[in-house]
Write a protein that binds this ligand. Sequence first.
Ligand code: G3P
Length: 218
Amino acid sequence: MKFFIDTADLDQIREAANMGVLDGVTTNPSLMAKVGVSDVKGHYLKICEMVDGDVSAEVISTDYEGIVEEGRELAKIHPNITVKIPMIKEGVKAISTLAAEGIKINCTLIFNPLQALVAAKAGAKYVSPFIGRLDDIGQDGMNLIEEVRVVFDNYGLECQILAASVRHTQHLLNCALVGADVATMPLSVIENMIKHPLTDKGLAKFLADHKKMTESVQ
Ligand code: G3P
């Protein structure tokens, strides 16, 4: 399973990359706005130079011509760039065009398995089903990941399931259990996944026993 970080914050990306287990980055216009990016292309380039893996850069256009033009421009920034395109009709047309040109696509804002199927057929490298946002409206976000997995496996589709809107480690564990290819998550989830109170307690005991032993032989 690949781990992506879902942020445009360079310090957080560096922190996760330094752990050596980061496979890529996803951003969206809200995340870019959160860190106050003025030079958008320059910011994407910095991210690409920090991480050896796919970096999703989202288009703002919503018409076919605009999405295609923006997608081509974004793809020129760096080979790691994956153009993120929303699941709308004009987006599907643009995915077909850009994917045929060899541009990597992440189709975003996926909320049902048929949207994922369409994106895969159009040639997207990734689909991004949003778990947390479905949970927020009282639906079962994990069920969507399970259904997309079944649909893709039924037809041997190579499109990767990039589980998004991952809010906590239980989401992450469930993604791993049902076979999501990638999970993108905030730094807090990456850090929380390595924590366990018994690990801390056990380590404290090991270190205390070691200290006792070295003091007793002095
Ligand atoms: O990048 C898309 C997705 O991961 C956003 O998550 O927490 O804003 O629903 P969230």
